[in-house]
Design a protein around this ligand. Structure first.
Ligand code: ZN
Length: 383
């Protein structure tokens, strides 16, 4: 059996730093390694170009049923500047494996690959298992969006991210937009009769903080709490003696399940334009992420919980603050859980690490899950 620690170490040695806006095939050597490793371990593997010579890797082990379990995680990591451990030279100290991506998300990737290799080697294979290692999760999610376009329709998905072995089923979404107040401008010594956009913006800020945001409490969800709104940037004025012609606010609106971000934006815009019919406009929203809330009664989710409980881990569903690829996959109605070794508190840090015992534990949980004939696509009896 391939040692999961050994494989994470090999993955860390292959840099895959997200190039952000630059056109660089950053994850390609890692995608090629994963495809080659998978083929050498009896699996089929394909590369799918997403952009700029950057590829998602898709690995499959066919099972007795065409019903597919999707294991999804990302190939890219964040930058390495300021790291206090060697980013690409895996180091083990006191039961912890250090290196960029060790917990986010090469640990989960190695867990998935080694569990699938064991499946490919023999024994019961109740389901087809597909692993997707995608690009660009740390930037604007183009890898998972391309994966959705491929039309994979699994009965359930495990998204590999550091969750300290907890089963995460909910997180918030995020919508941002800019609100601009306008006025005629002019000399500040003659302000009479002129709309000052800074004054308008101040009133909008008061309205958002005192009326709009508190009303969001009524929409609280059990695992993630209420939606929120914060004014995060304000920009206006050009000189101490000039009436500004415009002032722009940026808002960050965190959404919960049941809220469509475009609808949230439309309602906010309508309300602001009703209150300030002139001199205010609300720009198109930027949808940063969608909210995730997986039904805890879904058979796949109960299967994961059951395997966790059987292995002596906490099977309770958990909500987290940060977004993942799960929210995009869930848009197609796929029940998604986020699971993996290592803590989100270590992700993106100067001394990123993953505990070895959690790697082994996660490997056991995923292996057990892939062996369990528990799913029914009709949503009927789970074990
Ligand atoms: Zn991640």
């Amino acid at each position: 059996m391939t040692d999961v620690v050994d494989l994470v170490s090999q993955l860390i040695r292959i840099p895959s730093v997200n190039p952000r806006g630059r056109a660089e095939p950053a994850e390609t050597p890692l995608a090629e390694f994963v495809a080659d490793w998978a083929r050498r371990h009896g699996m089929t593997a394909d590369l799918h170009e997403v952009l700029d010579g950057r590829y998602n890797v898709v690995v499959t082990v066919p099972g007795d049923s065409a019903d597919t379990i999707l294991l999804e995680t990302h190939l890219d990591t964040v930058e390495t500047e300021g790291m206090t451990v060697p980013p690409f030279e895996p180091t083990i100290r006191d039961g912890l494996l250090y290196g960029r991506g060790s917990c986010d998300a090469k640990g989960p990737l190695a867990v998935f690959l080694t569990a699938m290799a064991e499946l490919a080697a023999g024994g019961p294979r109740p389901h087809t298992v597909t692993l997707a290692g995608v690009v660009d999760e740390e930037h604007i999610y183009r890898g998972v969006l391309a994966l959705r376009d491929q039309g994979i329709n699994p009965v359930g998905a495990v998204i590999g991210e550091p969750t300290s072995l907890r089963m995460v089923t909910a997180h918030k979404g995020c919508m941002r937009c800019r609100i601009t107040a306008r006025g005629p401008g002019g000399h500040s010594s003659e302000p009479w009769g002129k709309t000052n956009p800074i004054t308008t913006a101040a009133r909008i800020v008061d309205y958002l903080a005192d009326e709009y945001a508190p009303a969001l409490d009524a929409k609280a969800r059990p695992l993630v709490g209420p939606p929120s709104l914060a004014v995060t940037m304000i920009d206006g004025g050009s000189g101490p003696n000039v009436l500004p012609e415009s002032t722009t606010l940026t808002i960050d609106r965190r959404t919960v399940a049941g809220e469509d971000p475009h609808q949230v934006w439309g309602e906010l815009r309508d309300e602001l334009l009703r209150r300030w019919p002139e001199g205010v406009d609300v720009a198109e929203p930027h949808i940063v992420d969608y909210a995730l809330e997986t039904d805890p009664e879904d058979p796949f989710v109960r299967s994961v919980a059951s395997v966790l409980a059987g292995a002596g881990h906490n099977p309770e569903a958990k909500g987290v603050g940060h977004g993942t690829d799960a929210s995009k996959i869930a848009l197609d109605g796929v029940p998604c859980v986020v699971f993996g070794p290592g803590a989100i508190a270590q992700a993106h840090t100067p001394a990123e690490f993953v505990p070895l015992d959690e790697l082994h534990a996660a490997r056991k949980v995923v292996g057990e899950l892939l062996r369990s004939p528990v799913l029914d696509t009709k949503g009927a009896q789970a074990r």
